[in-house]
Design a protein around this ligand. Sequence first.
Ligand code: SF4
Ligand code: SF4
Length: 338
Amino acid sequence: MPVRQLVWAAAVILSLWFTGVAAQDDAAPAEPLPSAGLSLEDLDAAMAADDRPTLAAVLQEEALGLLPLAGFLALAFWSFFTKSERLKYVTLAVAVVYLGFAKNNMVSVVDILSVVGWNFPEFEYSIRWYVLGLLAVVSTVLWGRFYCGRVCAFGALTQLMDRIIPSRLRVEPPPWLERRAGYIKYAILAFAILYFIITRDNSFYRYIEPFWMFTLSGTPLMWTLLAMLLLATVFVRNLYCRFLCPLGAALGVLSSLTVFRIKRWQECQGCKICERACEWGAIRGGKIIKSECVRCDDCERIYADEAACPHWLLLKKRARKEERYRLAVVHTDKGGAS
Ligand code: SF4
Ligand code: SF4
């Protein structure tokens, strides 16, 4: 159709429309529309709300996608409650592959900023966000930083690195340095929250959190920083988690509320076995530093090992001594009787 005819057709349609609106205005001038007082954004939101699927429909649709997540979490809890080292490493490998590379589902400092800004995603479209967020918070209140020790894909990656890399390459920071370096993550968290409150900008998160690596998309600067971080992690165990992670810092603060804590024996005061085994630097003397402990179970396995833990060895020694004494008494009684 030639342009001129198109213009004419548009002009006629517009004038007919205006005439119709004017006629309606004349006919019913005082009748307020039901939407009076609503902005265009409100109307858009109302229309979107009409289109929104029901929760049941979303769950039905998402069920297949949520099953692997449920399976992974079941595995994580299974390994945690059975204290099985083998299952723990299976869980960590699945965390890296499934939650990291396949799904890129991780709680992040951005989520903390969302909570600070009271900006929650719609439940229907963000079920995984709520599942993982609630898991991180609730499990920390119940057991401590379970999320860090079992679920976070980056933490899982560094724990697997720690398992593979020969221990002779390790550099253990002196306790005074380790203690002070542990505060860096809290400073990063405080800075992130403050900066966000002032600017409402959260785009800096990729420079303080390496979780983007699982998407395999980053700038040359980000890849360079990540390579430096991973190289440093070869020498200093779990470097990022122990000293730099703002999410770990937030969970560390929350872990002061932990209900079910790791038990300690009286003998733990003078024993260094668990302290040396803890790859998170979370044991100092007989004490477990809750904010640093990620419930990796290493010390709990030693704690329960009757062949390694001095608590059990002393009990056995005492039992042997008592048995010897009992036998000696019986022998003496028999000698006296004959
Ligand atoms: S400290 Fe951070 S990176 Fe490490 S396991 Fe916890 S959340 Fe993940
Ligand atoms: S070894 Fe014990 S104290 Fe250290 S992180 Fe693991 S569970 Fe926590």
